[in-house]
Design a protein around this ligand. Structure first.
Ligand code: ADP
Ligand code: ZN
Ligand code: ZN
Length: 731
């Protein structure tokens, strides 16, 4: 008797176990990769077959597999080995990893939207061959059905003048067969963009040639396409996609957020039409199921989607493109904390597919790989029509204060806005809110309190009214005056956005449109705001980070960035990188049309490396300096990091558990392997929904042995410890 090991698709207590079930004869084909239905406890649940096993001695205790889902295994070899890798790398169970690959989380059977559809039967064909002059309408219906390759729905037939009554009559005579046809939902189905034919620049052509070469040779090469904003990266994606299709392959395009990349979707639609499926984060579970189904059965050949689309099933994957690869949204911030870029690389390796990572400001990890030669770098250094990059001017806000301008807008930005109102041009004003309220800064000289061991800003804690380093735990009292210039105007940074909006309103003729979290909740809200702005009814767009990204609006000639440095002092080693990205992206919005752009950074840290290099849009210099820093202080990419978070309703229990974890990890062996254990520290947000949170950080060149130690310990089964491998933020 055949038995199988099944991973249960449920968030159950004993996640890491698999369970053995007996296979009834009718399912004897069952093998690794199938989805099935089994009873578990008193529930009927979905399971994934992970192995065929010999029947154990106590056979009679085994329950049978009840159902088999689908008509073929859902997991092919490539998906299975990716899932296994993911479980091990990200420290989760195989069931949790596999669950990412199936549409619809825990539902036993995906609800399919179906309609009745009709096909002609053998008896229908003979009736048609014989002919019947008294039943012209029925003959016409049979003729239409005979000429169709697929089943036709009542709607499709109605448009050809075949009524329901006729279909019923034919069905009764057995001349047509009625079945259910699955309807595929596609929110984007009716959106068609416009296409243009461009002749490639030399740099674009070179990039396309190199990538095409890897496609043809079926090499699992990884490319970094580093192109300045507006250099035509999308056109490269389009061309290599066409090449992959030519080679009969499927293509996955990952984007940070669909709403922010409407233009990219439109351009793909315009070029490849109905071969595209789109999976954004606001799709219903059923819609997502449909999208995946279209990829699996080959009906769609290009999938454009957000992070989770990296788990879609393919028939024949040839290429994955990750646009804006530096974006943090590729990292899942909940269990399992996977990084879509890593998963994509793994899938490409297993499928012998090509991976293209595109960005103007690559993550330093990616850039470092390219420097070492693990990835191949392709550079687009110019805009195709030779438009110059915008001119950036840094306004030192300390000087504004010295000159008694206590407003949020600098005099320079105000003047530029006034000029703009005269012409037929538009401005974007970015309120850099990221990082507010958390650090202490002198308003007069820009001094911030930085930990002298760790080179990160210390964080203000209301609880103790003190400053704390989130890396080493050092605390300091909040200074009463600036240690550098003795000004009393040293305080935690936090106000201003409201004031900024008010002040913009006072510029005569300026008609600002706001975009923020609240105004963009709905499915297409972001696009609607963008198209309102594009239409020209407003001459300024004001908002947080999201105004900085993705879009291409020719009439925008001015970009103002308020508190350009507020993200710089986030207590995170990536603060400089994030700030550089944001400034570069925002800068790239200006001057995309015929008129050159102008950008103003308002900052208290005019001299900082990040501000200076971002103003020159000099990624290479920035990255070289930043990598040096990372090496010196031993941060990724020069080491790996693991964040362990303990949650407990009881503060002392939480501390005790975190201490136990730290003691468990502080072994001689780990010390010899140069593995640092830091903490526990209270998390930046120390208590969430009544749970206290404590972080333990692990740092080392290779953490696989530490991961294994944890996964073989009691800690693996504790539900209140979270493992975050390669954490996006360590606070
Ligand atoms: P990126 O994604 O690199 O920021 P885009 O792909 O959005 O840049 O391209 C910017 C603009 O340049 C688009 O309007 C695009 O149509 C145009 N473009 C791209 N390639 C060419 C080309 N070879 N010739 C002319 N225009 C081009
Ligand atoms: Zn000072
Ligand atoms: Zn420190």
């Amino acid at each position: 008797m055949l038995c199988v090991d099944v991973a249960i698709n449920l968030p159950i207590k004993n996640l890491f176990r698999q369970y053995t079930y007996m296979v009834p004869d009718e399912f004897s084909f069952l093998d690794v990769g199938w989805r099935c239905v089994v009873s578990f406890g008193n529930q009927i649940v979905e399971g994934f077959v992970v192995g065929r096993v010999p029947a154990p001695a106590a056979m009679d205790k085994l329950k049978p597999v009840q159902q088999v889902l689908g008509t073929e295994p859902w997991f092919d070899q490539e998906m299975l080995s990716t899932a296994k890798w993911l479980a091990e790398y990200y420290m989760c169970s195989l069931a949790e990893a596999m669950r990412l690959f199936v549409p619809g989380r825990t539902s036993v059977k995906m609800k399919e939207k179906t309609v009745l559809a009709y096909t002609i039967t053998e008896s229908g064909r003979s009736a048609l061959a014989e002919g019947d002059n008294r039943a012209k309408a029925q003959m016409l219906a049979l003729e239409i059905l005979a000429g169709s390759q697929t089943a036709l729905t009542a709607n499709e037939l109605a448009s050809k003048k075949v009524s329901q009554a006729i279909l019923r009559a034919l069905a009764e005579k057995g001349q047509v067969a009625v079945s259910e046809k699955r309807i595929l939902r596609d929110s984007y189905a009716n959106k068609v963009g416009t296409d243009e034919t461009l002749s490639l620049t030399d740099e674009q052509q070179h990039a396309v040639d190199r990538i095409t070469n890897s496609l043809t040779e079926r090499k699992a090469d990884i490319y970094l396409l580093r192109g300045i904003t507006g250099s035509g990266k999308t056109e490269v994606y389009l061309r290599v996609t066409a090449e992959a299709l030519q080679a009969n392959k499927q293509v996955l395009i990952l984007v940070p957020e669909i709403a922010l990349t409407a233009q990219l979707v439109d351009r793909f639609k315009a070029r490849f039409g109905g071969q595209i499926a789109v999976a954004h984060s606001k799709l219903s579970r059923n819609e997502r199921g449909d999208v995946w189904y279209r990829m699996r059965n080959g009906e769609a050949r290009i999938l454009i989607g957000v992070r989770s689309a990296v788990f879609a099933p393919f028939q024949n994957l040839g290429l994955i493109v990750i646009d804006e690869e530096h974006e943090t949204s590729y990292k899942q911030e909940e269990r399992p904390n996977y990084d879509a870029r890593m998963v994509a690389a793994q899938r490409c390796k297993n499928a012998k597919a090509v991976l293209v990572l595109g960005s103007a400001t690559p993550s330093l990890e990616t850039y470092y790989h390219a420097q070492k030669g693990d990835y191949q770098e392709l550079v687009l250094s110019k805009r195709p029509l030779g438009q110059p990059l915008p001119q950036v001017e840094i306004v030192d806000m300390r000087q504004e204060l010295a000159d008694k301008n206590y407003g949020v807008l600098s005099r320079k930005l105000k003047r530029e806005l006034q000029n703009l109102v005269q012409g037929d041009e538009q401005a974007i004003v970015l309120l850099n809110r990221r990082g507010y309220s958390t650090f202490v800064m002198c308003r007069d000289c820009g001094y911030t309190v930085v930990c002298d061991h760790c080179a990160v800003a210390m964080v203000y804690h209301t609880a103790g009214n003190n400053l704390r380093c989130h890396y080493c735990g050092k605390t300091l009292p909040v200074p009463q005056e600036c240690p550098q210039c003795h000004s009393k105007r040293i305080k935690y940074f936090g106000t201003g956005t409201q004031k900024a909006e008010e002040e913009l309103g006072t510029v005569e003729g300026l008609n600002p449109l706001r975009m923020d979290q609240d105004s963009t909740r709905a499915k297409f809200a972001h696009e609607e705001i963008m198209s309102e702005f594009k239409s020209g009814k407003y001459n300024a767009l004001v908002g947080t980070q999201m105004v900085a990204k993705g879009h291409d609006i020719p009439r925008v000639t001015l970009v103002g960035i308020l508190s350009a440095d507020s993200s710089l002092r986030l207590p995170d080693y990536r603060a400089g990188e994030r700030t550089f990205d944001l400034l570069t992206q925002a800068t790239g919005r200006a001057g995309r049309g015929s008129k050159p752009g102008k950008v103003i950074f308002q900052t208290y840290e005019a001299q900082s490396n990040v501000m200076q290099q971002a103003a020159k849009q000099d990624y290479k210099t920035f990255a070289a300096l930043e990598l040096q820093n990372r090496k010196e202080y031993r941060y990724p990419p020069f080491c790996q990091m693991l964040k362990l978070t303990v949650l407990d309703r009881d503060e002392q229990n939480g501390i005790n558990l975190a201490d136990r974890l730290v003691n468990f990890l502080r072994t001689k062996e780990n010390a010899e392997n140069n593995i640092e254990i830091m903490g526990p520290f209270p998390a930046l947000v120390g208590k969430v929904r009544d749970y206290y949170r404590f972080n333990v950080l692990v740092k080392g060149e290779d953490l696989s042995s530490v991961k294994a130690q944890i996964m073989q310990s009691e800690f693996k089964d504790l539900r209140n410890i979270y493992f975050d491998v390669d954490p996006a933020s360590i606070i």
